[in-house]
Design a protein around this ligand. Structure first.
Ligand code: AMP
Length: 220
């Protein structure tokens, strides 16, 4: 199965992808995670991506398309779930072209739909531990001691791209550049190939909806 998971930042794509890959034994390919690894390793790509990421804009298509084509070429035959990619119609078209060269195509697109205000509330309240990576929320998932990581006592931080200004910019970028990707797939795969999932609810409810669609695909 080759799956694309679409949805705005903060819709829970990362969490849901992990659950999908566990259930169907697929590879999880997150463009955001790969870019963060590139930055941590101070590669040329990581350095080029930094300013775009910190402002909430998109890294240029040519850099992303090449990076993801490399990652996809290492995916197992069981397939993969793409998380955060494609984010522009051009990226989606380039992805289709490179899959076609290998005689492959995207089977289904899951489109997480969530209210902007809920996204902003989720993301700006997020705090993470710079040491162990644990993620908390100032209202929904509080640490035992305010501002301190339960695991190792480190002071929690807010990721720069979770600040109100950057979140607003990321949402604007999503509506302007990524939402058209849904229509691109509705045209290229036909409406049944794109499944809208209500992501306003809690993570388990969203997972149940996704598994329902994917189980139907596996049986068909
Ligand atoms: P994410 O963790 O998926 O929200 O990605 C974090 C940041 O990485 C985004 O705000 C973008 O700056 C950049 N990024 C991730 N995926 C892409 C993509 N497919 N195209 C362009 N930029 C991306």
């Amino acid at each position: 199965m080759r799956i694309v998971l679409l949805g705005p930042p903060g819709a829970g794509k990362g969490t849901q992808c992990k659950r999908i890959v566990d259930r169907y034994s697929l590879l999880h390919l997150s463009s955001g995670d790969i870019l963060r690894e590139q930055r941590a390793a101070s590669t040329e790509l990581g350095k080029k991506a930094k300013s775009y990421m910190d402002s909430g804009g998109l890294v240029p298509d040519d850099l992303i398309v090449e990076m993801m084509a490399d990652a996809i070429s290492e995916a197992p035959s069981a397939g993969f779930v793409l998380d955060g990619f494609p984010r522009t119609v051009n990226q989606a078209a380039e992805l289709d072209n490179s899959l076609a060269l290998a005689g492959q195509k995207i089977d289904t697109v899951l489109n997480l739909k969530i209210d902007d205000q809920l996204v902003a509330q989720r993301m700006t309240g997020r705090r993470s531990c710079p040491k162990c990576g644990a993620v908390y929320h100032i209202e929904n998932l509080k640490p035992e001691v305010k501002g301190i990581c339960d695991n190792d006592g480190t002071r929690l931080i807010q990721r720069p791209d979770d600040s109100l200004e950057v979140v607003a910019n990321r949402l604007k970028t999503y509506h302007r550049q990524t939402e058209p990707v849904v229509d691109y797939y509705k045209t290229s795969l036909g409406s049944p190939g794109v499944c809208d999932i209500d992501a306003d609810g809690d993570a388990d409810a969203v997972t149940a909806l996704m598994f329902e669609s994917l189980d139907a695909l596996v049986k068909s």
